[in-house]
Design a binder for this molecule. Structure first.
Ligand SMILES: [Zn+2]
Length: 215
């Protein structure tokens, strides 16, 4: 039996619960529609492919392609060593916010595809990938620790989201739920298939409060 049974899950690291809405001019947006590399490649090639219809900071309707930052997702077969993403800049002179657009399948800040992380922390139901490169044990341990941490702030965020389904989800899990428990509950309620459970909830959380992280 786990010695922690009966105790609330530990507090998450600060980086997981720090909002970036007001502290930063611009930031990262996640495109929930882009779930594979092929779709992403098509969208990146087209300057309009990922272009937001308005600036999330000031509402201005014109954004230009600014640059193509690189992401280096490690350890996922089928993903190249370098994935280019698009960064746009708001054309309003008094704003100038820049927005990087991430496809849903890439995890913010983790240098990985979400699938890679899910295979470690939520292996049940995941397709086997015997050829997947090994993950360093310390990385796996860090992910497990984060997944076991308290989801309290995320539960409160979902409860306050104004969406009936999300409020129902939030009331179905305890305030002392871990991130693992919240992810499992969300996958069940929203009928999310294995391979997409972390990516879907992470995108939702980031959309509701930019900067908050599932992992
Ligand atoms: Zn703007």
């Amino acid at each position: 039996m786990s010695p922690s049974i009966g105790l609330p899950p530990p507090t998450p690291e600060t980086c997981l619960v720090t909002s970036r809405v007001s502290r930063f001019k611009g930031g990262t947006l996640i495109d929930d529609d882009v779930r594979d590399l092929e779709t992403h490649a098509i969208r990146v090639r087209d300057p309009d492919g990922y272009r937001p219809c308005r600036c999330p900071r000031c509402g201005h309707g014109v954004l230009h392609v600014h640059c193509y930052p690189e992401r280096h997702p490690r350890g996922e077969l089928g993903l190249p060593a370098v994935v280019r993403i698009v960064q746009y800049v708001c054309a309003a002179a008094e704003c100038g916010a820049t927005w990087r657009i991430l496809p849903r399948f890439l995890a913010r800040h983790l240098w990985r595809a979400w699938k890679t992380v899910e295979r470690v922390v939520m292996p049940a139901g995941m397709p086997r990938s015997a050829a997947a490169p090994p993950i360093p044990p310390r990385t796996e341990q860090r992910w497990r620790t984060r997944f076991a941490a308290s989801a309290r702030m995320l539960v409160v965020l979902l409860a306050a989201s104004g969406g009936v389904a999300l409020e129902a989800l939030a009331s179905s899990v305890s305030l002392d739920a871990s991130r693992a428990e919240l992810t499992a509950a969300h996958a069940e309620v929203a009928r999310v298939a294995p391979s997409a459970r972390l990516a879907t909830l992470a995108e939702l959380v980031h959309r509701l409060e930019r900067g908050l992280r599932l992992m």
